[in-house]
Design a binder for this molecule. Sequence first.
Ligand code: CA
Length: 334
Amino acid sequence: MNVHQMRPSPISPTFDLAARGVNHGFLKLPYSRDDSAWGSVMIPITVVRNGEGPTALLTGGNHGDEYEGPVALFDLARSLTAEDVTGTVIIVPAMNYPAFLAGTRTSPIDRGNMNRSFPGAPDGTVTQKIADYFQRHLLPMADIVLDFHSGGRTLDFLPYCAAHRLADKEQERKSFELVEAFGAPYSMAMLEIDAVGMYDTAAEDMGKVFVTTELGGGGSSTARTAGIARRGVRNVLARAGILKGETGASTTAWLDMPDDDCFSFAEDGGLIEFVKDLGDDLRKGETIALVYPVGRTGVAPSEIRARMDGVLAARHFPGLVKPGDCVSVLAVRR
Ligand code: CA
């Protein structure tokens, strides 16, 4: 650890995070700006602590335009009682709070993408300061970590809970056990396009049992996906022994992202027409989408084709596409 990282965090909780019972408050981050010279970013946090048991760290709003996590976690934070809990539940419904308030993936303050900002820096941008606080204060307290994601404004997903394949097979086994317990319609062994700077990687490198989700997208939530999130978080806490009660037998369908062939990217910009929907099965070489050039009429569309056999697990959401956009993700049914 270098001298830089040893600086204390400028973030202070407004209550003692080690206190027993149910406590609601804020992670207070000083942020001097035009409309508030000595102002702060106030990130809502709830800690429910009772008896001896494991600690779960639950986060939503890592990306500010993904809503199933915040819906489930604002609800959980107001409804959990101390008697419900054996151990500790730390709830941060909107991790990148400035991005969440703006309804954007990244922070309007510094354009910081929380999930590319780890390990963060105590003397960095606002987003880096939040990442650093999670890296050095909240993650070390946790035994299990659940970080909710969805597709945001630009992607849409089959609803799944996920974990990564890990070098430590015992850590991997525990992570996939929690994925199964979450009980989403789908469960994924997930591959990342680029894992550098991710919260996932930070948690996994610390040896934590880390699970995440992709529960829909398009910049909103639905009754179905919000319900999956609400039930899933309680199932995970029950499996960890923190909440009383049993998780029902999971009927989740397991999916794998075996290698980079699962991703397809646009090489041309234009108007996109998907000819397959989420959940549809494709053969290698089959057309997933057509991209119409929109500069003139009379030009044939280019085709985005499946690079492997699989089920359509994620797709570009907006009706227009740019070169380089991720158009689709295929996964293999187990
Ligand atoms: Ca996300």
